[in-house]
Design a protein around this ligand. Structure first.
Ligand SMILES: [Cu+2]
Length: 296
């Protein structure tokens, strides 16, 4: 017997399981093999987008299975040999009102968190710093207008330039650096054709249009390197103009910016030093842990 109540519950449970498993398979700042779902969120807006995505996934799964069940029921129950003389009934007022009103209510339920997310995306809190991103065939420039217009020119690393752990076609020679937990306003434009600036883990995607200034913002809550790619088909090397933004502590950011004012290339040493210190600190923590003491 068809029991819609139980089926709906089971569907919702299955959808929730898939939604919960997805982040475990996705990476921070870059795609991972066999990834399911979106990249891990590191900004408040993208956390919200994740929640909205999972919510809509449950609704869409329930609707799809409901329609499938209706179809199967009709095909089986009203097949020719079971039902040789079809009913000529048309119109059923209550049913017609129901299949109009219920979808409207579902759309209203979806619209509320959808508009809330849109509002969050387009109403940034006051910015702590501004960067300007310029797309061109075939690279990105990240400019720091408040710091002597320091310009970080990012070029994709070729296969033989890739170092350990760097993702090919995403890694660049110069990463742009921003501080953690700060509101970063991003002015986006282009020099030649339309490009699009995207960092999936930040939940930002905005067109870079010559002669126009678009804006977006993010507040990264976690240190790390976050990659994106040009997301507007802009020409033959469109697939080879990645974006890389490194989120660091405020202290490291300040040191990096100071060094970058002189030489962007040399400022990389600040990042290397910070990474080495971090590795040393975490080694110390590991060394002092009960497990490592016990193993001595
Ligand atoms: Cu492009």
């Amino acid at each position: 017997m068809f029991r819609p109540g139980r089926l709906t519950l089971m569907t919702a449970a299955a959808a929730a399981t898939i939604a919960a498993a997805a982040p475990a398979l996705a990476g921070y700042g870059q795609p991972s093999p066999w990834q399911l779902g979106l990249q891990e969120a590191v900004t408040p807006v993208f956390h919200q987008a994740h929640a909205f995505h999972n919510f809509v996934l449950i609704i869409i799964t329930v609707i799809t299975l409901f329609v499938l069940a209706l179809l199967v029921y009709c095909v089986v129950r009203f097949r020719e040999d079971k039902n040789p003389v079809p009913s000529k009934t048309t119109h059923h007022t209550l049913l017609e009102v129901a299949w109009t009103v219920i979808p409207v209510l579902i759309l209203v339920v979806i619209a509320v968190p959808s508009f809330r997310l849109l509002y969050a995306q387009y109403s940034p809190p006051p910015a702590d710093l501004t960067i300007k991103v310029v797309g061109r065939q075939w690279n990105w420039d990240v400019v720091y207008p408040d710091a002597n217009a320091v310009t970080v020119t990012q070029m994709m690393l070729q296969k033989d330039e890739i170092e350990d752990g760097q993702p090919y076609t995403l890694a660049v020679d110069n990463v742009a650096v921003v501080p953690v937990n700060k509101v970063v306003k991003v002015d986006v434009t282009a020099e030649d054709v339309i490009h699009a600036f995207t960092i999936p883990s930040f939940g930002v995607k905005v067109d870079a249009i010559p002669g126009r200034l678009n804006q977006t913002w993010f507040k990264a809550e976690r240190e790390g390197v976050y990659y994106g790619q040009c997301s507007e088909l802009c020409g033959f090397a469109h697939a080879f103009m990645p974006i890389a933004i490194q989120v660091v502590s405020e202290e490291t950011y300040k040191k990096w910016l100071e060094a970058a004012k002189g030489d962007v290339e040399k400022a990389k040493d600040v990042l290397k030093q910070a990474a080495a210190e971090k590795a040393k600190d975490s080694a110390k923590v590991l060394d002092a842990s009960p497990a490592s003491v016990a193993s001595r």
